[in-house]
Design a protein around this ligand. Structure first.
Ligand SMILES: Cc1cc2nc3c(=O)[nH]c(=O)nc-3n(C[C@H](O)[C@H](O)[C@H](O)COP(=O)(O)OP(=O)(O)OC[C@H]3O[C@@H](n4cnc5c(N)ncnc54)[C@H](O)[C@@H]3O)c2cc1C
Length: 387
């Protein structure tokens, strides 16, 4: 059993000031009224260009982001690596819609691959498909809507960007995750990622799709992918529960179609854990990253690795959490020699604000996690006081 309660290990590289900052942040985020008020005020102040950036930078940005660019994230990368935790550099400019923004996201992803290629402590790169083209275009592709001449050109450009990233990933031998998004664009994402897997995963898994197990059809999807890949290509998957639960339910209700996600948390948990079993049983053909802050699933994966006699540091199996969250899982797993990496979002403050606001607002669907972060911080502060 992994002792996730070993807080001395979990917070070994955090100063008292770090713990205090995290404590006050999570305390605020744990109270929906305070969280809403603060995020609302921040959005308003940024719109009016009030000078609140230094406050954001010293608080929520410091907790959840690596730095304003790749170079400035180096301190975070090195600090994580002192505990043998790898970094996944995540350029976190969300909700952008212009060609210049897509080209900028492409450039950043390529730079992150170049950086990973020369760094032992960066095992993967990542990108979000909606960072490379308009959300509305993905939706049209998803729905097989007939495309205008402009749409067709934009589609070609988007596919070329994805291919450029995957080609560089192959040239530099760096694995790349492609994030999953809302179900109404996910078929379009799955289809291009599968094309990339066929093309680039012939010798090993370099291109990873992301599967969200709050979706009620994803075990079937995983099994079908296994069938389709047999003898043709290696599969790479990041396994997550899914970040858009409330939006999925709401949209299905408004548009009167069958809800694509589980309504009971236990059903999501069951499918997630079943997927871990399926993947480990097929580890000769699948490489996985368990992107989760769930202790039971993390323990289950560790048990499966041990039961199957797989090396703890087998390059095909990674655990991953977000920077600033669930350190008790990341640090205790890496302390016991499992492969662990953290998503390290980076970018200028104004660009990563949507990501930070999502972190603050997400606490309704992961309420249990916020309480747990807070309890761990209180306990560690107390442990240090008692020394
Ligand atoms: C490294 C990493 C990468 C990620 N990448 C992506 C990504 O590409 N795409 C993406 O969508 N998300 C991504 N996520 C977020 C992830 O999907 C989850 O939202 C988040 O990690 C919380 O789930 P959990 O497994 O950590 O823990 P838990 O706290 O055990 O689970 C919370 C999750 O359970 C599900 N859930 C909550 N309530 C219910 C309910 N009533 N019925 C059914 N299900 C419910 C929701 O998915 C919720 O997020 C990523 C997370 C990590 C750590």
């Amino acid at each position: 059993m992994i002792d996730f309660n070993n807080l001395k290990i979990a917070f070994a590289d955090k100063s008292n000031a770090d713990l205090n900052r995290a404590y006050f942040l999570f305390k605020g985020m744990n109270i929906p009224f305070v969280s809403k008020l603060l995020t609302g005020l921040s959005k308003f102040a940024l719109k009016l260009q009030l000078p609140i950036k230094p406050i954001i930078k010293a608080t929520i940005y410091k907790q959840f982001c690596g730095g304003e660019n790749i170079e400035k994230s180096q301190i975070t990368i090195d600090k994580l690596w002192e505990s043998k935790i790898g970094t996944i550099l995540d350029f976190s400019a969300e909700g952008k819609e212009s060609k210049a923004d897509f080209e900028r996201a492409l450039k950043q992803t390529l730079a992150s691959i170049e950086k990973a290629a020369i760094s032992d402590n960066i095992p993967f790169s990542v990108f979000k498909p909606t960072g490379l083209c308009k959300f509305s275009l993905l939706q049209k592709i998803n729905d097989c809507t007939s495309l205008s001449a402009v749409d067709k050109k934009e589609k070609e450009e988007y596919e070329a960007r994805v291919n450029t990233i995957c080609q560089l990933a192959q040239d530099k031998n760096v694995a790349v995750f492609i994030d999953a998004e809302e179900s109404w664009v996910q078929n379009a994402i799955d289809s291009i990622v599968e094309k990339m897997m066929v093309k680039y995963n012939t010798k090993k898994a370099l291109i990873y799709n992301t599967i969200q197990f709050y979706r009620n059809d994803r075990i079937t999807y995983l099994n079908t992918l296994l069938e389709r890949s047999e003898g043709k290509f290696f599969i790479g998957v990041k396994l997550v529960r899914g970040a858009y639960h409330e939006q999925e339910i709401e949209r299905a209700k408004i548009n009167n179609y069958p809800c694509p996600v589980h309504l009971k948390k236990s059903d999501t948990d069951r499918d997630y854990n079943q997927a871990l079993n399926i993947c480990i049983n097929n580890i000769d053909r699948i490489a996985i990253c368990a992107g989760t802050h769930n202790e039971e699933s993390s323990q289950l994966l560790a048990n499966l690795i041990n039961e199957k006699g797989i090396d703890k540091n087998d390059h095909r199996i990674y655990f991953s959490q977000l920077l600033g969250m669930s350190d008790h899982i990341s640090y205790n797993l890496s302390f016991t020699n499992y492969n662990v990496s953290k998503y390290v979002p980076y970018g200028p403050i104004k660009d990563v604000m949507p990501y930070l606001i999502r972190r603050a607002e997400e606490n309704t669907s992961i309420a249990g996690q916020m309480g747990r972060e807070l309890r761990n911080l209180v306990a560690e502060r107390q442990r240090r006081k008692n020394l």
